[in-house]
Design a protein around this ligand. Structure first.
Ligand SMILES: Nc1ncnc2c1ncn2[C@@H]1O[C@H](COP(=O)(O)OP(=O)(O)OP(=O)(O)O)[C@@H](O)[C@H]1O
Length: 215
């Protein structure tokens, strides 16, 4: 697809000799929202890890904004953000310090008001001086989402982001995802159930080691 934000070509991956999925191909244009569905164990998290460069596929290629991308690629700030199924944080940095770190590492000082607005929207304002280890699971998910959404990356990968969120926060997330998509981010998120308040442009379904696409 010309001008794709994310393009995946003939990707295959297995842990050892056991293939998880084979010949996975799809692309997302800027501004598209895609849902990734499939039963437990179908390989959704594995696919996210390959797309984010955390795992190396056995075959195939990932292109970000038209350029081949692997875990060894030097990533231009603002290109990709990934929130895994269980977000991890630095043990001894507070939530506020995580925000400072992400703003500095991405040369994104101008995005500070956006970070503050997102903290407010997700109900984390007033909790910024805590370590993420002192947060609930839902609060940690919200913090990871704030960090990713603050950057408005060209490609946003979210592994079951609505899972730990209450309904109110799920609706906030859906609104924020629709907003970043309108600004041009391509969004890929996995889910097991309907997502409140968000309709995908594309649904990708992983089953029996094969990816299929509905529009
Ligand atoms: N580190 C690992 N080593 C070996 N096998 C793994 C590893 N991680 C996952 N698997 C296997 O790969 C397959 C896909 O797992 P994955 O976590 O990607 O599925 P999923 O679709 O995200 O599942 P869920 O919906 O339960 O989150 C499963 O059979 C799982 O047992």
């Amino acid at each position: 697809m010309a001008g794709a934000a994310l393009e995946v070509r003939n990707l295959c991956f297995g842990y050892g000799d056991v293939p998880v999925w084979e010949d996975v191909s799809f692309s997302l244009a800027p501004g598209q929202v895609a849902f990734l569905t499939g039963p437990n164990g179908a390989g959704k998290s594995t696919l996210f890890r390959c797309l984010a460069g955390w795992l190396e596929p056995n075959e195939g290629e990932v292109l970000l904004a038209g350029k081949p991308f692997t875990g060894r690629s030097r990533l231009v700030p603002g290109t990709l953000a990934f929130v895994p199924d269980v977000p991890s944080f630095y043990d001894d940095l507070t939530a506020a310090e995580h925000i400072e770190l992400v703003l500095a590492a991405n040369r994104a000082e101008a995005a500070r008001p956006r970070a503050e607005r997102l903290l407010e929207r997700f109900g984390l304002t007033g909790h910024e001086s805590l370590l993420p280890s002192a947060y609930s699971r839902g609060m940690r998910e919200k913090l990871a989402l704030v960090l990713a959404l603050t950057l408005r990356p060209r490609v946003l990968l979210l592994d079951e982001p609505h899972g730990p969120l209450d309904r109110e926060a799920s609706l906030v997330l859906s609104e924020e995802l629709a907003a970043v998509a309108r600004e041009g981010s391509a969004v890929l998120l996995s889910c097991h159930h309907d997502v409140p308040g968000l309709v995908p442009d594309v649904t990708l379904s992983l089953r029996d080691a094969t990816l299929s696409q509905e529009r």
